[in-house]
Each structure stands twice: as structure tokens, then as C-alpha cells.
Ligand binder design. Sequence first.
Ligand SMILES: [Zn+2]
Length: 330
Amino acid sequence: MLKTLGVAGAALGTGSVISSPSLGAKAPKGSGKNNQNPWIYAFTIGDVEAWSISDGFLDIGQGLNLMYPESERGEMKKALEERFEPTSSLQMYINILVLRRDKEVIIFDAGFGIVDHPDRGWLIEGLERIGIKRADVTAAFLSHTHGDHMAGFIAPDETPMFPNAAIYSTPEERSFWMQKTHDFSRTKRDRKALDRMVEVAQKRFELLASQIQPSPTGSEMFGGLVTVEDGFGHSPGHAMYRISSAGETLLNITDIAHSDILMFRNPKWVIGWDHDMGQAVETRRRVFKQAALQRTPCFGFHVPWPGLGGIVQRGSEESYDWAPRRLFWG
Ligand SMILES: [Zn+2]
């Protein structure tokens, strides 16, 4: 097996890319997955088949105005420019990790769902293209309640998108949103939007009530294949997942980073979407430090597709690079 990232004994298997049906066709701008670029990447983790399916992408026009501290936006701009990145918007990917072991099909978050938007909601078609129907999904993890992760668990007619799946979420996440009053004192989110956010989260939890099951941090599931880890801060019960199979590991850092540059360059730079910015920073510092020291292969929900890479410390500073893993067509 080829070893990637130079990670002794821990690298992932080779991968391959499935391109979209209109390969070679001239696609109009903004045609999302119907353009000529691939959006499904197949690889392995030990004995387990794995895919990264893009659910689409986000181009957030607020750009660096969404990042804090405000006084360091100049430095953030420089960090983006240095890497040839646009500075007028924040571009984020929506990477969904899918695992299959025998009859078990496990997805990590569900993207936007079926929506009338060319840039979003590609997961279901992606699953179909690798032969997985909605009813085949046996288990799912909901890392947190934001729309890009949770909306896709519900079909447009408000029935479950994956009717045979147990959906695991941390007890802290569900209990925060379902309580009557909410402490939003440590977020920069627009106060006017918070009531609506609570209403939407509660409705989604209610629609999914028969499927949701608590998975506290530390839970080892599927015979140790998935361990739920504490990623608290971006949301009250924000979860990460460590996948382990036959001596290989992949740490799904979910929303610990919304950029492959900013949060790595300085883990204290935060996005205004964090629920508790201080806690999000502490979590990120702990996760990055450990993943860099242990050279753990990682998967990120919002970093460039397919989201596979590693975290490398830059010199002696508390500053890191996201090192994307090479793509393979083997
Ligand atoms: Zn997200």
C-alpha cells in the first residue's frame, strides 16, 4: 500500500476520482456538480471503503469581516494573498465523509439536502453514483446543528432523508438547542438571526426524534471503528470523529477550521459563526498540537475537497500549515 503524507504506519490507502456525467461538456459558470470537475473521491482507511463526496461549496461575501479579532484582519489578508487566495470572500467546501464496511454505510453530516441551488446539495446524487441509496445508509453522525451539516437529514417533504439510519449526536448539542433559554453571549453571530436559528434547530431535532441517538464524547462505536471526540466551541456539543481500521487512522476534524489557511496560520483567529469563540480557540489549539505531534491523517469538512490532509507545525511558533494529501487514481 502506498504511504502518503510520510506518516509511518498511519497513512491511508490510495484513492480514485469519479467525475461527473457531463465529462468533457462545456459547463456554464455556476453549474455546480454538473460541470466537468470531479466531486467524488474514493479511498480506503484500513479495511474500510471510504469516500469524500462534495455536497457543494460556499462563497461567503462577508469575507474577512466574518473573522476575529478585527484588529488582525490585515494580517489575515496577507496570509491569504501569500497563498494566492481571494480576499474578498471566504470560500468553503462541503466535504461529506462516507464509510462502508459490509452492510454498514456510515455518513458524517448530511450537507444542505435537496435544495434549489446549483452550488449545494450534491450528496444524494453522489451516493447514488457509488451505488448507495438513501435507504442503504445505516448510521450517520451529526457533528452539530448548523444547516450545512443537518438540513440534509430531512427530505423536502419533511420525512427522514435516510429512513434506516440511526443519527448520532452528542447529548450536549441536542440539550443546548432544545432548552428554553439560550446563552449566546460568546458568539459574534447576528443577534437578530439567533431566534430563527433556535427555531430551525428545534424543528429539525423534532423531525428526527425517532432517529437521533446520544453519542457522548469518548464513545467507541462499531467495534472501535468510530470514536466520538470533543470538539466543543464551534457549537455547544460540536463533535469530531476518529476513524480507526486495521492500524490506519483518520481524524475527521469537522468544523474545527473553516479555511485551509486562516485557522492554521493562527489558531487564535476565529470565525464569527463560533458559538463560544474562546472555547473554539482552546479546542483548535489542543487538536492541532496533538494532530501535528502525532502526525495524524485528517479530514476537514470545509477545507478544499476532498478534505484529506495533515497538520504540520511551522517552525517553533504556534502556527500550522494544512498539508493536503495527494490525490491518487489507483
Ligand atoms: Zn459547517
